[in-house]
Ligand binder design. Structure first.
Ligand code: CA
Ligand code: CA
Length: 274
């Protein structure tokens, strides 16, 4: 009787622990566009960096990077597209420009926000990507609209992306976009899930403003094709599997859709190994 109980106990232990302790499935590796956001810049007197560190946030580069995609360049024989789409992300065109840590940063204590930015050479505005502590005014994603109330303080859910605004005639610069990249550490299949949160101002007297969204791979594939959304529109969820080579990148892109006003979008994204 006692022997049998011992044997049952052994079987139960094996079922729970598995042989050798680590014989179970490897835990998936996970990345989060907001929790992993790294910022090395500094405000006046380095206060920005001190505040960032006090929040326990990342300061070292990791799988994520932040910058702009210029899809509008090229030559007449070999033009880039004027809109964000797969070809923008092809490595041989090298349209992506990463923000320079330290040189292109902005910080505000009261929100707080911690941004990277790059001024458009044509003087039509700045591309911005960053962390924002809360939705601080009516244009910020999550302040109102159909995503209302989703961005609490502190904001642990959404990164902020703003493409360059309209300049001159305000047209044809959808392809001067804000971009967030994630580089696959190894070959494999990854699940990419999250949502876009359109900001801006609905029912503006200036009319309806729109923005464009896409998720691309550095091989030129559109993992989620370009889609146009309106100011303060509903959240746009995504949930996909991507087969990636080592060092291939997933690129989250926001374009202006050729118009100037607002053009702010929040991004929530989690990536994990399958
Ligand atoms: Ca709004
Ligand atoms: Ca627009």
């Amino acid at each position: 009787m006692r022997k049998q109980r011992l044997r049952l106990g052994m079987i139960a232990m094996v079922l729970v622990c598995g042989w050798g302790g680590d014989a179970g499935l490897a835990a998936p590796k996970k990345w989060d566009v907001v929790k992993d956001f790294w910022w090395t810049g500094q405000g006046p007197g380095e206060e920005g960096l001190m505040s960032w560190r006090a929040m326990g946030r990342e300061t070292k580069p990791n799988q994520w990077s932040y910058g702009t995609i210029n899809c509008t360049g090229g030559t007449p024989d070999n033009p880039y597209p004027k809109q964000i789409d797969g070809i923008c992300a092809q490595a041989d065109r090298e349209p992506f420009v990463q923000f320079s840590p330290l040189a292109e940063t902005a910080y505000n204590e009261s929100i707080p926000f911690f941004f990277y930015f790059r001024a458009d050479p044509k003087g039509s505005g700045k591309v911005e990507v960053g962390y924002y502590g809360k939705a601080w005014y009516e244009l910020a994603p999550g302040f109102d609209g159909e995503g209302a109330g989703k961005v609490l303080a502190p904001n642990e859910e959404y990164l902020y992306l703003k493409p360059v605004g309209g300049g001159g005639d305000g047209s044809g610069i959808d392809g001067t976009a804000a971009a967030v990249k994630w580089k696959a550490p190894e070959k494999g299949t990854y699940r990419v899930a999250g949502e876009w949160l359109p900001g801006g101002l609905k029912n503006s007297p200036e009319g309806v403003n729109t923005m464009s969204l896409a998720i691309l791979s550095s091989k030129g594939k559109a993992l989620v094709p370009r889609k146009v959304v309106e100011d303060d529109g509903p959240v746009e969820p995504f949930d996909l599997e991507a087969k990636m080579e080592k060092d291939e990148e997933i690129i989250f892109v926001v374009g202006s859709d050729g118009s100037a006003r607002g053009n702010m979008v929040g991004l929530k994204a989690k990536i994990e190994t399958k």
